[in-house]
Design a protein around this ligand. Sequence first.
Ligand SMILES: [Mg+2]
Length: 225
Amino acid sequence: MTVKAIVTDVEGTTSDIDFVHKVLFPYSRERIPAFIAEHIGDPALAPYLSMVSAETGLAVDDAEGIADLMQHWIDEDLKHTALKAVQGMIWRDGFEQEVFKAHVYPDAVHHLRRWHAAGIPLYVYSSGSVAAQQLYFTHSAAGDLSALFSGHYDTTSGGKREAQSYQKIAADIGVAPADLLFLSDIEAELDAASQAGWQTVQVVREGTLASERHRQVTDFGGVGV
Ligand SMILES: [Mg+2]
C-alpha cells in the first residue's frame, strides 16, 4: 500500500484505553480538591474558577465547593472547559513528577519509530486536546516519543466521526486523502475517514469491537507500510 502520511488515534489504538480510564481519570478526580486549594491564587487557574463561579453562583474562592462540583462532573462524564483545563494541569504535574508514565503498546512504539525513520510523516488525531497529546507522548513509558510526530489534531478540527474533519486535516497536512492512512480502533471514525477518501486500518486491541468494513490488524506490524 502506498501511504504518504499516517494519522493515528491514541486511546485503544497506540495505547491501552484502560490507562486513561483507570489511571488518569481517577488520579485527576482524587487530586482536584488539593490542587484547587493549593493553586487558588494562581493566574493559570483563575479564569477557570471565574468561569465556574459565573455559571453556578459558587464563590470564586470556594475551593471546596468548586472541587466538589468538578468531581461530580467527572462522575457524570460531563465535558466542561474548566474541568478539562484543571484535569490537564493535574495530569501535567503527575507526568512531570513521574507519578505515572503514559502507556504506548510496544508494537506501536516500534513501528512509529520505524515509519518516522523511513521519512513517513506521522500525526495524531485524538479527542484529547493537542496539549494533552503532546504531554502524553513526551512522558511515555518508552521514553519521549514527541519528536516522532509532525503534528497533532483534536476536536477543534471537528468530531472524529465526521468526514468533514478528515477533509480538513488532509488539507492541513497537504497530502491527498487517498495517500493518507488513518489508524483507529473505532469503526465510526474509520467510516468517516473512508468517506473522506482516506485509507483505513482498524487496530483491534483487547476489547475492540471488530469492524467488517475495514482491514484489521492486531498490532502495528500488520499495517504493512
Ligand atoms: Mg480510540
